[in-house]
Write a protein that binds this ligand. Structure first.
Ligand code: 5GP
Length: 187
């Protein structure tokens, strides 16, 4: 079976969004899944583009109706990937990338063992803390929660298919391209 689903995870502040953006710019035929979340939008984020922003009761209703391929609670908010969206993309024969946390990634692997899990790591835990504080988008309490999550995520990443260290953006993008091309050609 074709490996069409790629899951990218990485700790908050590791720069996975930037790596992915660089990859998608050079590989525009990939679809990036849009997740649902109960987190409040950050400045500049738009509903239906960055996320589908849902109220907690709406999110819970989707869980009850089994609408998610995977979902997780992360640093006090809910995040999930709708089954319908993913199935539609796969039916259209599109390669799809999910940018989700490690709990969600492992749920996807259970349901779709052909999915390829890729983890983007920081060069060190200290670099991660510096980057997370430097972006000034979260308060201290949120930063602490995210740093704690980062430790747990590094542990869960041990069962991922690939790890890419983001110590240099261009190198990380190239490594991601190499991994995905290899999987595409092997499919
Ligand atoms: P942020 O709030 O910084 O946008 O995302 C926080 C974490 O939630 C990140 O690790 C991100 O990858 C993860 N995330 C985003 N969407 C989803 C999703 O649909 N499911 C899961 N499990 N995690 C998600």
């Amino acid at each position: 079976m074709n490996k069409k689903l790629y899951v990218i995870s990485g700790s908050s502040g590791v720069g996975k969004g930037t790596v992915l953006k660089g990859f998608l710019k050079r590989n525009p035929d990939f679809m990036l899944s849009i997740s649902c979340t109960t987190r409040k939008p950050r400045p500049g984020e738009q509903d239906g583009i960055n996320y589908f922003f849902l109220a907690e009761n709406e999110f819970k209703e989707c869980i009850e109706k089994d609408k998610f391929l995977e979902w997780a609670e992360f640093a006090g908010n809910f995040y999930g990937t709708k089954k319908k969206y993913i199935n539609e993309c796969l039916e259209q024969g599109k390669d799809i990338i999910l940018e989700i946390d490690t709990q969600g990634a492992l749920q996807v692997k259970k349901r779709m063992p052909e999915a390829v899990l890729i983890f983007i790591c920081p060069p060190s835990y200290e670099t991660l803390e510096t980057r997370l504080r430097g972006r000034h988008t979260e308060d201290e309490d949120t930063i602490k929660k995210r740093l704690l999550e980062a430790k747990i995520e590094l542990e869960r990443a041990k069962s991922f298919d690939y790890k890419i260290v983001n110590d240099n953006l261009e190198k990380a993008i190239l490594e991601l391209e190499t991994v995905i091309n290899k999987e595409r050609n092997n499919a």
